[in-house]
Design a protein around this ligand. Structure first.
Ligand SMILES: [Zn+2]
Length: 311
């Protein structure tokens, strides 16, 4: 039973924003994509998906599930009204610390560092200087040859910056380096920036009240497979406590793994806590009955029409 799960991040009027180079869906393309989805798919709700995963019902033909990661304010201002208007449920996955502490995620700092500078040379120069000054943590050339390999969406230099800052350097120094790049290229006021970027608890409550689904995306947005089981449990439990306080469901709930990352420990912790479905970033149409419910693949919004305009 096929289920097309679509993954979204930024959805905004990019050309009229302060950072037009942010990689996201433009609002115009998003509207066009919703028209396409209305014609080609039947948008399903989380309870329909959960019932199908349990074998209690079947999904309609061409079922699609719309998922939005990271708790961006874009989702409240741009996405929610358009879905509501069509009578569709969207599923939203905010990490706890973005909403509660207005803490800017390193992954977002990295997006904005890349969007704020015209080319990556200046960023890579600063990274090289930093690593040279902190030689005990390794040599620049070794990191470069290990990490600078292109992916489906990004060239080698961009992947190098992302992987180095997302997880490869030891946590304390990578936070320090990311923060200094962010202050240099984007903004000195990280808190104010975070307040503009993410939703509030009240906005999430409003969406829940209007039939939208809110699920877990962890607390601190870590690669869970890189944490020991005890720390994974803390991450998951903190996000469940947060969902309970928002009034979101905590039985038959949905996990959306940050970066799609998980391992056997993650899946058994989720199983013990009554998680019904978990979403990865593996690019494929999900097949209920074939994929494990705790490792469902998703398509990126750019894998569906309209395709991304390459400028
Ligand atoms: Zn995320």
């Amino acid at each position: 039973m096929p289920l097309t799960i679509v993954m979204y991040h930024y959805v905004r009027d990019l050309e009229r924003s302060r950072f037009p180079a942010i990689k996201g869906r433009t609002l115009a393309d998003f509207r066009r994509q919703l028209d396409h989805i209305a014609k080609a798919y039947r948008v399903v709700r989380v309870d329909e998906v959960v019932a199908a995963l349990k074998g209690e019902t079947t999904l309609p033909d061409n079922a699609a599930w719309l998922t939005f990661d990271d708790g961006y304010l874009d989702h409240y201002t741009n996405v929610f009204p358009l879905l509501y208007e069509r009578g569709w449920q969207g599923s939203f996955f905010p990490p706890v610390k973005t909403i509660r502490e207005r803490d800017l995620l390193d992954v977002n700092k990295i997006h904005y560092i890349l969007a704020a500078s015209k080319n990556t040379t200046l960023i890579i120069d600063m990274i090289r200087d930093f690593i040279d000054q902190n030689q005990e943590n390794g040599r620049f050339d070794d990191y470069w040859s290990e990490l600078a390999h292109p992916s489906r969406f990004d060239p080698a230099d961009v992947i190098f910056i992302k992987r180095l800052l997302q997880h490869r350097l030891p946590e304390t120094i990578r936070n320090q380096l990311t923060q200094s790049l962010f202050s240099h290229f984007v903004s000195e006021d990280t808190k104010a920036f975070a307040s503009e970027l993410y939703m509030t608890e009240d906005q999430l409550r409003t969406m829940i009240g209007c039939g939208m689904y809110v699920g877990s995306h962890g607390a601190g947005h870590y690669w869970l497979d890189r944490l020991p089981a005890e720390r994974q449990a803390i991450e998951i439990d903190a996000s469940l406590g947060f969902l309970a306080e928002l009034g979101a469901p905590t039985t038959d709930w949905v996990m959306c793994y940050p970066y799609g990352a998980h391992n056997g420990d993650t899946r058994s912790l989720l199983g013990m806590r009554g998680c019904a479905a978990a979403l990865t970033t593996q690019a494929a149409v999900a097949h209920i009955g074939e994929h494990s419910p705790l490792a469902l693949p998703r398509l990126d919004t750019n894998d569906l029409p309209p395709s991304r305009q390459i400028a």
